[in-house]
Design a protein around this ligand. Structure first.
Ligand code: B1M
Length: 233
């Protein structure tokens, strides 16, 4: 029997278990990641803490080794699949706040880009904060965003990009909104690992969101401003 098969996750203390979940995520062991997440929840960990410390922390390690040529696409895909397994356990818990709908977000990963974990996390956190989320998936062109805006009339358009080669497409989408005369109808929020405040400003977005909780805070702040403007009008 291998060492892994003998390892009982329940015998580990919290710190060891988080480390083990990160190792299992790195190794693409989805079932083990799910089991580890379940155990942390049983021990009373907040879902958000499990998400950030165990899963996002694990994926950060994968990212470093992918960059350095230690891991390759097939392994990273397995790691991503494991992360999604853990996220599936947390999704209903994060969305469980019972908050009334406080605003609406259309979100998608931009054209040419298939990274969706960060976008999915933002969707989960926004739903958890009471926002209605229409998720357009990956590889979204301007036409897809525009159709969804027209159909759903959201408060926010969210765009995600993980590649330096795809992030400029956000400007294409925003320029199309300007051309159509509908730019000011929506608050445009952008995010993704290679972005920063400066880039968001340069492409004409309303705000850059460093992570999912900043996305929630930013959206809540915009909604509060909108309500105050309506009240004083
Ligand atoms: Co890709 N990949 N990848 N990859 N991948 C990166 C992005 C990379 C930085 C890895 C590296 O070299 N270190 C690198 C990009 C380099 C660059 O552009 N300069 C890279 C590359 C090169 C590639 C390929 C080109 C590799 C190849 O084929 N040779 C290829 C591209 C495919 C394509 O898109 N056309 C590719 C493919 C893949 C996989 C398919 C294997 C897989 C994606 C699986 C999936 O998503 N379903 C993958 C993965 C997993 C990664 C890394 C390792 C992890 C990304 C991730 O999920 N992070 C990544 C390395 C890294 O980022 N350090 C990498 C966890 C996630 C929670 O964080 O996505 O940043 P993040 O989201 C955060 C915030 O950014 C923010 O909130 C989120 C939650 O807190 N946020 C938003 C994100 N979107 C937002 C939208 C908002 C608001 C906030 O709107 C309101």
């Amino acid at each position: 029997m291998s060492d892994e098969a003998e390892l009982n996750l329940r015998e580990l203390d919290d710190e060891e278990l988080v480390k083990q979940i990160q190792d299992d995520l790195y190794d693409g062991l989805r079932d083990e990641v799910v089991e580890g997440v379940d155990i942390l929840l049983e021990r009373g960990w907040e879902p958000y803490r499990v998400l950030t410390e165990a899963l996002v922390g694990g994926m950060a390690i994968v990212g470093v080794d992918f960059r350095d040529g230690i891991l390759f696409v097939p392994e990273v895909l397995l790691a991503a699949n494991s992360m999604k397994g853990g996220m599936a356990v947390l999704r209903p818990l994060l969305a469980e706040t019972g908050a009334p709908t406080v605003g609406k977000l259309v979100i998608g990963t931009v054209k040419g880009d298939i990274h969706d974990i960060g976008k999915n996390l933002v969707s989960m956190m926004m739903e958890g904060a009471g926002f209605e989320v229409i998720d357009l998936g990956i590889n979204c062109d301007a036409d897809k965003y525009l159709k969804a805006l027209d159909e759903h009339k959201p408060d926010f358009l969210g765009m995600s990009a993980l590649l330096t080669t795809t992030m400029p497409y956000m400007k294409v989408v925003i320029d199309t909104l300007i051309e159509q005369g509908i730019r000011d109808d929506y608050v445009v929020l952008v995010g993704g690992a290679p972005l920063n405040e400066q880039f968001a400003k340069a492409v004409g977005a309303d705000a850059y969101c460093r992570d999912a909780s900043v996305a929630v805070d930013t959206a809540q702040a915009f909604m509060a401003r909108k309500h105050n403007q309506r009240a004083s009008a």
